[in-house]
Design a protein around this ligand. Structure first.
Ligand SMILES: Nc1ncnc2c1ncn2[C@@H]1O[C@H](COP(=O)(O)OP(=O)(O)O)[C@@H](O)[C@H]1O
Ligand SMILES: [Mg+2]
Length: 533
């Protein structure tokens, strides 16, 4: 029998009840609650971690049941000794390592091979389990490590001790897991470790941390009971290595091909764009996908609190704000978004992108728009009116006359879609407005929730006449250009060209030689010929 097959067999044998008997810390996952109907199962990390999605037939509620191979008491005992040896023996790498987990796995195997006999006899499968747990706990994310491996999970949050960890699942939305931290010590230790992984410090004196974990996952912490009576709370917003491209967002129904083509044309002509929406509506994701439509070669500066944006452009500077490292709110060493936006002006960007505007940085961003730079940002607001109200009040304090400098504003929202009898969660751009003047908005796209479609309205557009004047082509020709770009996007979708790098390559080629790409598109089977007037 191969080692993998042995492990799989062992996995089948390991049932939840057996794990409960081995009540040695850390606690094993809770037994599958009775009466839950398992509706889906998938592996997270073969053969060590799997997940089952259970549903309560009465309430319809879902539960995420993590099933991870646990160590039995004998294995746990040896594991503790192995951990001590590993900590003493593994030396820091001499050169920078790209993949710390791989480095650790290799080194740990060497150490274990050296001490294996003196530690006592265990079957191979037990050693695999011990090494898995050591890697998970020393260089991984500890008990939430399997959740970090699940691509379906967008957010992980823990509200305190003895409360289930919640996740935001792509398919089932916000659901409870069977993972729980049972003691303050266990939870605090894990959070301190996560914060250290992010290269930051957390303590009772500095209980609030906002940090970026390796892999760019965003971590927010409220430590101990200083601020949260239930004990340490944390949230992780997972970062997608492979960000959603505009093609992905069209496939998800968030954008239509025509909307994307419209943005592409506007961005080529330096239009400024603002994305509005609530928490986790998909603002940053939309901003990132739109920014990929900016002409390659443009100088782009992005400014964020935590690094989330990921652009294909060569000429891109990413600036990240820094928290103070001084004591007691002294602000020593702090570099704010405001500082960064101010300094970025000296680098003369073609487009300045601010991840999320909240304060004075908005004022500087609008000033930079006034001096002819391109700009993009997101803002936490439900709709355009609320956003403008906040922009014109303190601390942003932007003069009403400056508001129309932000040319296009889109609102994005998490919505529930009903397809036949099925209910599904999705993200939709509710509307796209052009700002003609202060309090004068022209809606160019609107989402129809019944048909789940977008209807364009270019008659009142102010962007198209502006572009028409700027580049000296008629509005009719611009509309034809939108149609052509729409075909190019459609052609990419048909060919499953979707990764943000591949999409960027086609977009770059279209900027350089539009006719060549368009000829390819026209040559495609299902693409209708467009009269190029
Ligand atoms: N259009 C979309 N369709 C499906 N999932 C999305 C979409 N936009 C964003 N997401 C997911 O939602 C989560 C939150 O997105 P994000 O853009 O960070 O939201 P915000 O910036 O509004 O807080 C991320 O995990 C992201 O992968
Ligand atoms: Mg965001």
């Amino acid at each position: 029998m191969t080692k993998l097959a042995k492990l799989k067999k062992l996995r089948i044998k390991t049932n939840f009840r057996k794990q409960k008997q081995a009540a040695i810390p850390p606690p094993p996952p809770k037994q599958i609650p009775r009466g839950l109907k398992i509706i889906e199962k998938y592996p997270l990390y073969e053969p060590f971690a799997h997940v089952a999605i259970g549903q309560n037939p009465k309430t319809g509620e879902y539960k995420y049941i993590l099933d991870e191979l646990q160590l039995d008491p004998l294995e746990r005992n040896i594991y503790n000794r192995v951990l001590a040896i590993l900590l003493a023996e593994i030396e820091s790498p001499k050169e920078e390592v790209l993949d710390p987990r791989k480095f650790f796995a290799e080194e740990a195997k060497k150490v274990v091979d050296k001490y294996r006999i003196s530690l006592g006899w265990l079957p191979d499968v037990s050693w695999y389990k011990i090494l898995y747990h050591a890697e998970r706990d020393l260089v991984g994310y500890g008990r939430i490590d399997p959740l970090m491996r699940d691509p379906n999970i967008e957010d992980i949050s823990c509200d305190g001790v003895n409360k289930p960890v919640y996740i935001w699942h792509r398919k089932y939305e916000s659901i409870e897991t069977n993972l729980e931290f049972e003691t303050d010590e266990e939870l605090d230790n894990m959070v301190v470790k996560l914060v250290h992984m992010a290269g930051k410090h957390v303590s009772s004196a500095f209980p609030i941390v906002d940090a970026s974990l390796p892999g760019k996952h965003r971590l927010a912490v409220c430590y101990r009971r200083e601020l949260t009576p239930f004990g340490t709370a944390f949230s992780i917003r997972k970062f997608r290595e492979d960000p959603y491209s505009i093609i992905d967002l069209i496939n998800l129904g968030t954008f239509s091909e025509e909307m994307a083509a419209y943005f592409w044309l506007c961005l080529e002509n330096r239009a400024s764009i603002m994305v509005l929406g609530g928490t986790a509506a998909g603002k940053t994701t939309a901003l990132n996908a739109l920014a990929c439509l900016i002409k390659p070669g443009s100088k782009i500066i992005t400014i964020e609190d935590t690094a989330e944006l990921n652009l294909p452009h060569e000429n891109w500077i990413s600036l990240i704000a820094r928290q103070s490292y001084g004591l007691g709110g002294s602000g020593v060493g702090e570099v704010t978004l405001f500082d960064l936006v101010k300094t970025s002006m000296r680098h003369r960007p073609d487009v300045l992108i601010v991840g999320e505007v909240r304060g004075q940085e908005a004022y500087v961003l609008f000033q930079s728009l006034a001096t002819g730079h391109g700009g993009m940002c997101t803002m936490h607001a439900e709709d355009l009116n609320t956003a403008v109200k906040r922009l014109t009040q303190k601390p942003m304090d932007i003069a009403p006359a400056y508001i129309p400098l932000m040319k296009i504003v889109l609102s994005i929202q998490r919505v529930h879609l009903t397809k036949g009898r099925e209910k599904k969660a999705g993200r939709r751009v509710l509307n796209i407005n052009e700002v003609a003047d202060y309090e004068d908005y022209k809606c160019v796209f609107k989402w129809d929730p019944v048909k789940d479609e977008y209807s364009p309205e270019f008659n009142t557009s102010t962007m198209l006449p502006t572009i028409s004047e700027r580049v000296g082509v008629s509005k009719k020709e611009l509309l034809a250009e939108i149609e052509r770009r729409k075909d190019v996007l459609h052609w990419m979708r048909e060919r499953n060209i979707r990764s943000y790098k591949d999409v960027a390559a086609i977009i770059a080629e279209y900027y350089a030689r539009p006719e060549r790409i368009y000829e390819k598109v026209l040559a495609g089977e299902e693409v209708k010929a467009i009269a190029v007037s």
